[in-house]
Write a protein that binds this ligand. Sequence first.
Ligand code: NDP
Length: 319
Amino acid sequence: MQKIVVEAPGGPEVMRLQPFEAGPPGAGEVLVRHTAIGVNMIDTYHRAGIYPLATPFGLGLEAAGVVEAVGEGVEGLAPGDRVVYFAATTGSYASHRRVAAMAVVKLPHSLDDETAAAAWLKACTVEFLVERCARVRPGQWVLVTAAAGGVGLLLVQWLKAVGASVIGVVSPGKEAKAAEAGADHVLGYADMPARVREISGGGVDVVIDGVGKATFTQAIDSLRRRGLHISFGNASGPIGPVDFGILAQKGSLFTTRPTLFDYYAEPADFEAGAARALAMLTGGQLRVTIGQRYPLGEAIACHRDLEARKTVGSTILLP
Ligand code: NDP
């Protein structure tokens, strides 16, 4: 068994692949042998110390694989089951992991392991953002930044599926990907807010922004009066302190900084959200783009590319 270990937060080079023993699953746990590991921008925040963890620590929140053993009291899962999971704690950059059975979802035949690892946490994120946080209605204008990213491509497709008009913002060279996902208009970052306001006839209803620091002002300025600003990530760095007065000055705006784990904390929310995300993935409404695959031992190169904005769609590590 092998896993990535970080002794002290820092750049990509702090990730080391080391041998380890996952041990038998405890009560309520299963041992999963990973076949594909989902990479998320949040992994870089953990690695760099933007979201501090006690050292030494592992990385990664999600993976797909096969159940090898089940702990006491686990029902509905058995050795040999193909599964996917995401967890609030890190440690998925590994060949094996013990995880809480309640976080584990059985994979239908129609969803292969790589696609599941590439899309699971991201599809659940998009589910809560569109359906429960923004509650997007047909005909609303929605602005999505990093629209050709892992979450971005799924977000554009989900928004189109619920009938929104979508403006995607990407860096140069990624326009075709966002357009293929269904974005009605694809713009560059410098087009915010002027072109966004022009296209949407005065400002969008909702901005869903994972870029953070670099786009905060332009995102707020792209909204219509009483529009909703959702900041759900820090790809360019955290936004930092904000003067609430700005919300009044810019048109009685709403803002929120949500996380997946608050929307999936209650078992009933998890069950309903996961079922909806699974249905969207297997029903053909979401096409998953795996833009990059790296061996687990090349996690350093993987993080370098992700942080240098060289990736499109989802990224996976292969143990
Ligand atoms: P992406 O695949 O979207 O990769 C990040 C993208 O952000 C880049 O490709 C790039 O796209 C854009 N970007 C803009 N500025 C920068 C910068 N300075 N450095 C690096 N990237 C930049 O990653 P994910 O799909 O994994 O995540 C997208 C966002 O969603 C992240 O902010 C993440 O934290 C957030 N997230 C939040 C969750 C929550 O619960 N709140 C859950 C899951 C994800 P481009 O080149 O087009 O600008």
